[in-house]
Write a protein that binds this ligand. Sequence first.
Ligand code: FES
Length: 61
Amino acid sequence: MSKVICSCKNVTKKDIKKSIENGATSFKEVKQETHLAKGCGKCKKKAKKIVTKALKKMKSK
Ligand code: FES
């Protein structure tokens, strides 16, 4: 099972990866697509880190 990154919006690591695979190229775009960090905002820091990491990984492919 994929780890839930944002419990407000129930966004998992897998969801983040999927949105990047679907063409999201920034934290903002991932946010728009997954609704990541659109609740309490507590996950924002962590979420951003994960998105940045995932974006880098995708680019190096
Ligand atoms: S845990 Fe992500 S907005 Fe609350």
